[in-house]
Design a protein around this ligand. Structure first.
Ligand code: G1P
Length: 272
């Protein structure tokens, strides 16, 4: 049912400077795989076959990564290193990668709207690759798609409990628990100070969106940090009872921060 996954990847990654001066932050590796490749794996595990990637200036390495590299392949052919490329080569031949550029950085809502040309008029998933999620049994996106299939009129956001003092890093929701781990959202606020946060349930970088979101984004005024926030657009739909929050099962690392990145690296290294 959900075939396309959108990856907003135009941001500058300023928290990782100088590493991200010439390398897109989505290409920073956890062990030997770039963050974005983990995201693509998750989308594939959930049944997506088209990756719609929102890039920007200085992000060409992303397109090169998801493309054949004949010279390199020729160089390692028949050596023990050949297997290191098996996974990425499989992705390249089995799935579609399409791109469009976000020319100005006007927020996550604006980035998603930029992707309308790649998505068209169908429900789609969104993965923010710097939220790295892991669940061996069922990926977080697969869990969300199951929720969506039972509620196809709704958008779904992934949530996690965070310490109250950290609410200013996230979109924060409040709502009624209508089933185990599933909330009907009545309020959502982008990056509130703890005293203004409606709860400690934070939005994590996984969304299932219905195509009606595009018109809503077009009518959403810039909010926090003077950017068009997807949280604000979703609030409009939440007021019509059309947004659910799903408390997912699995681990999640904030690879947009140095601490989270180191934690993820240790976790995947120890996992083997
Ligand atoms: C974005 C969203 C925010 C969400 C977060 C999850 O913020 O705007 O609502 O909680 O992703 O990672 P960003 O981290 O891109 O500033």
């Amino acid at each position: 049912m959900i075939k396309k996954c959108l990856f907003p990847a135009a941001g500058y990654g300023t928290r990782f400077l100088p590493a991200t001066k010439a390398i897109p932050k989505e290409m920073l590796p956890v062990l030997t795989k770039p963050l974005l490749q983990y995201g693509v794996e998750e989308a594939v595990s959930a049944g997506c076959d088209t990756m719609a990637i929102i890039t920007g200036r200085g992000k060409r390495a992303i397109e090169d990564h998801f493309d054949r590299s004949y010279e390199l392949e020729h160089q390692i052919e028949g050596t023990s290193k050949e297997t290191l490329m098996t996974e990425i080569r499989g992705m390249i031949s089995n799935y579609t990668f399409s791109y469009t550029r976000q020319v100005e950085m006007k927020g996550l809502g604006h980035a998603i709207l930029t992707g309308q040309t790649l998505i068209g008029n169908e429900p789609f998933a969104v993965i923010l690759a710097d939220d790295l999620c892991d669940n061996d049994e069922k990926s977080v996106l697969s869990q969300m798609i199951e929720v969506y299939e039972k509620n196809p009129e709704c958008c779904i956001v992934a949530i996690e409990e965070v310490p109250k003092e950290e609410t200013s890093k996230y979109g924060v929701i409040s709502g009624n628990e209508i089933a185990e781990n599933l909330f009907k959202i009545d309020d959502m606020v982008e990056k509130p100070e703890p005293k203004d946060a409606p709860s400690n349930l934070a939005i994590i970088g996984r969304y299932i969106l219905t195509p009606e979101i595009f018109e809503v984004i077009k009518n959403t005024k810039p909010g926090k940090n003077d950017e068009v926030q997807i949280t604000d657009s979703l609030l409009t739909l939440a007021k019509e009872g059309k947004v659910l929050a799903y408390k997912f099962d699995g681990k999640r690392f904030d690879c947009g921060s140095v601490d989270g990145f180191v934690e993820a690296t240790n976790y995947f290294y120890n996992k083997g």
